[in-house]
Write a protein that binds this ligand. Structure first.
Ligand code: SF4
Ligand code: SF4
Length: 539
């Protein structure tokens, strides 16, 4: 098969790319039949969405235009949005980084080796980090300079039709925005940023964004207070249930402070934790209370959910959520906000909100990880028995916390103090690979997109997990724990372990950092983590 080129994006072919040679996995997944096959796209998906890129449908609002007028309108809107990227007024704060990445690529392909999607797919050409950037460059060149022979030679050799536009809209959702490619680029170019800029055109100009991110995420969060749909009353009920479970597990009555005016710390979780992993906010409660900290949760609209999906696809939506989150903290009069274990919330809150929170609106925002290190390692506030965590533990580095914010060591120092069998993944720290759920993939479950996530974008992470546990992977009596201090990463890792049946077959578990800390506390008789207990129905 000849090499796929950016010019092929507009060609009338049924599917531009078919993944054929997935990256092999280590033992015991090196044998045939150990992983489910891809599900082919159904005819109805092909008819109504864009399954013509690689057979997956990730963007479930990118519907196929039915008439010539609708097709032309799609192209027109895309080009209008593209032009806005090049204007300081319509691409506020992003013009300079966008232009740097758009204009100066040397095509050296150093970035390709860094990209887990490209490598996991068996180096399928369309996932090469510069492939989508090149499509964008060609469209711009042709749009601005026309289709003359000279201009085609200068890069404008592409058909700007609705198929090109639709496929590019899908291709923007084959990148985890993990920025591992940007870290290796000798010129500092960021192909992840360009993928996000394409997403912005679709969302901000064309009203097209995956429902899990926009409709069920941002819009629900603005309407109810949380992307999970947990209203304030439901949130308060969940806190009561959590207190009851904590009493049952520890024999101690913990009272979770809610809406405590003037507290030192406003602790904010990804609200998904309360639904999917309530043991995580429960463990935080024990830690904050046992350390005697002056802290609170907020029950205010948006004050209890640090999710900000705008980070992944839309500047305006990101700003709306960020401003509402800061207002909730301001109204409580807290001294600082501490982000619990959620990677994208770290970045949205600490990096992106720096552009929103100026002057009196600016409340310090911090990561929970240095605080945990201070309590566990530096001040030794708790009596801990590491032998309670005497099973293999490895650490996943959430891209948004580690590579993009440089918070590398605190979580490791904690693990070294509480987990005797801690071992690193290879590579790790700022060189980590994304869990495959980054940039919203963890919650994008439309059609057959989960196949892409589990078999392609999460494949490198699964390989790393298997390699980290090679010494005991086939010993089903030895529990193994992937520590992932991020809600979205946990969601992706949960799905990998289920998809490959790694928990059922090989006793591989996952969870956060605080659960391990509490599990090591000597004052509790029962293990904190469910997979170590007999009574499995708590939390
Ligand atoms: S940001 Fe990550 S997923 Fe996207 S192209 Fe770069 S390395 Fe690949
Ligand atoms: S490493 Fe940088 S300069 Fe080289 S191809 Fe990738 S983006 Fe272009």
């Amino acid at each position: 098969m000849s090499k796929i080129r950016p010019q092929d994006m507009g060609k009338p072919v049924e599917q531009v790319c078919q993944i054929e040679n997935l990256m092999p996995l280590p033992a015991p997944y090196d044998k045939p039949g150990m992983e489910p096959d891809f599900k082919a796209p159904k005819d109805s998906w092909k008819e109504n969405y864009c399954a013509t890129l690689d057979g997956f449908v990730g963007n479930d609002t990118l519907t196929r235009p039915k008439t010539k007028e609708e097709q032309d309108e799609m192209v027109k809107k895309f080009l209008s949005g593209l032009e806005k990227l090049f204007n300081a007024d319509t691409n506020r704060g992003m013009l300079q980084p966008f232009m740097l990445s758009f204009e100066y690529c040397a095509k050296c392909n150093t970035c390709a080796d860094a990209c887990h999607v490209f490598k996991s797919s068996g180096e399928a050409e369309i996932y090469r980090p510069i492939f989508r950037s090149e499509v964008l460059r060609k469209i711009y060149q042709k749009h601005k300079k026309g289709g003359s022979l000279v201009n085609r030679f200068l890069g404008g050799d592409i058909d700007i039709n609705y198929e090109t536009v639709m496929r590019l809209g899908e291709l923007a959702y084959r990148c985890n925005l993990c920025r591992r490619c940007a870290q290796t680029c000798p010129l500092g170019l960021d192909n992840g940023l360009l993928a996000r800029e394409i997403r912005k055109i679709f969302s901000m100009e064309m009203g097209i964004a995956p429902k899990p991110l926009h409709e069920s995420g941002t819009m629900k969060q603005l309407a109810t207070g949380s992307s999970t749909g947990i209203t304030k009353d439901a949130f308060l009920d969940l806190i009561e249930f959590m207190e009851d479970d904590l009493y049952e597990l520890t024999g101690k009555k913990y009272k979770v402070p809610v809406d405590k005016k003037g507290a030192d710390i406003l602790l904010v979780h990804n609200a998904g934790e309360y639904m999917a992993w309530p043991e995580n906010p429960a463990a935080f409660t024990i830690i904050m209370e046992e350390a005697g900290l002056n802290w609170t949760l907020s029950s205010d609209m948006i004050g209890y959910d640090n999710v900000n999906y705008g980070l992944f696809y839309d500047d305006v939506q990101g700003k709306k959520i960020g401003a509402a989150q800061l207002k909730a903290a301001k109204d409580l009069g807290v001294r600082r906000i501490i982000q619990a274990e959620c990677g994208h919330a770290h970045k949205a809150s600490m990096v992106s909100q720096d552009r929103i929170a100026v002057g009196a609106d600016n409340i310090p925002r911090e990561s929970c990880l240095p605080l945990l290190e201070e309590l566990v390692v530096k001040k030794k506030v708790f009596k801990l028995d590491p032998s309670r965590n005497n099973f293999p533990v490895t650490l996943h580095d959430p891209c948004n916390i580690v590579r993009m914010m440089g918070i590398v060591q605190p979580q490791r120092n904690v693990l070294k103090a509480i987990a005797p069998q801690f071992r690193e993944m290879t590579p790790h720290g700022v060189n980590n690979y994304c869990c495959g759920g980054g940039s919203g993939f963890a919650i994008m479950n439309s059609f057959n997109f989960t196949d892409f996530r589990n078999k392609v974008s999460s494949r490198m992470k699964f390989k790393q997990i298997l390699n980290a546990f090679q010494d005991t992977i086939e010993d089903e009596n030895t529990p193994k724990y992937v520590c992932a201090p991020c809600s979205n990463c946990k969601g992706a890792i949960r799905d990998i372990l289920e998809f490959y049946q790694a928990t059922a077959k090989f006793n591989v578990h996952y969870g956060g950092l605080v659960e391990l800390i509490v599990n090591a506390m000597v004052q509790f008789d029962k293990p904190f983590m469910e997979f170590l207990r007999d009574d499995e129905d708590m939390f």
